[in-house]
Design a protein around this ligand. Structure first.
Ligand code: HQG
Length: 177
């Protein structure tokens, strides 16, 4: 794993799950002071601030939002913060990448947010496949009838880095591709 990826993973850990690892507290909307986060990163990795800014700017998934010297994770939180996203109309179809071993349970209970605040859905099959490949085993791709969900009054949010978020996807909206 490259040093950039190690630093990015540490930032995700702190900003999504365990801010106490860096001696930090997230505000109610998930933000921390960038200088405070930078100091915690520097202690562990001995890295210049400009390098951390570059890692944020070049992050392939734009995982971090850095504005006015405050930073937060765009999505993926397990801690209870409010991203203050406004509901958005989703495209007609969305996709979810997972593993075949989870299929029976997913098709029975629907997609659950598990340890995170939301279920994460992708705009296209290619992105869903990348999500699926993060875990070992055979990939499974589910199509989500987001148009029907929307018509049924279910709310979607688009994260700052273009991941679609919703609370739960019932089995009737899912199709294994
Ligand atoms: C599965 C990454 C059994 C679900 C990605 C998934 C994403 C069920 C796992 C983001 C289930 C949860 C999130 C059910 C859901 N029964 N299994 N009823 N409902 N599952 O990591 O979507 O790289 O919390 O299919 O790109 O994999 O970190 O969610 O396999 O955007 O930025 O339970 O994480 O982003 O796993 O990934 P996760 P996810 P980053």
């Amino acid at each position: 794993m490259s040093r950039d990826v190690q630093i990015s993973k540490f930032m995700s850990l702190v900003l999504r799950h365990s801010p106490e690892e860096a001696g930090l507290t997230l505000d109610e909307n998930g933000w921390v002071d960038f200088d405070d986060l930078y100091r915690a990163i520097d202690v562990r990795f001995g890295v210049a601030k400009a390098e951390v800014e570059r890692i944020v700017a070049e992050n392939p998934k734009k995982r971090f939002t850095l504005i006015n010297n405050r930073i937060r994770a765009a999505q993926g939180h397990s801690v209870g913060i409010d991203l203050q996203l406004t509901p958005s109309a989703p495209p007609a179809m969305l996709y979810h990448g997972t593993k075949t071993e989870f299929l029976a349970s997913i098709l029975k209970e629907g997609l659950q947010s598990q340890s995170r605040q939301h279920v994460h859905l992708s705009n296209d099959i290619e992105t869903a496949r990348i999500v699926a490949r993060r875990r070992k085993g055979a990939d499974a791709i589910l199509a989500v009838d987001s148009s029907a969900m929307s018509n049924d009054g279910i709310v979607f949010f688009l994260s700052e880095n273009d991941v679609w978020l919703t609370d739960h996807v019932a089995p009737r909206y899912l199709k294994h591709l």
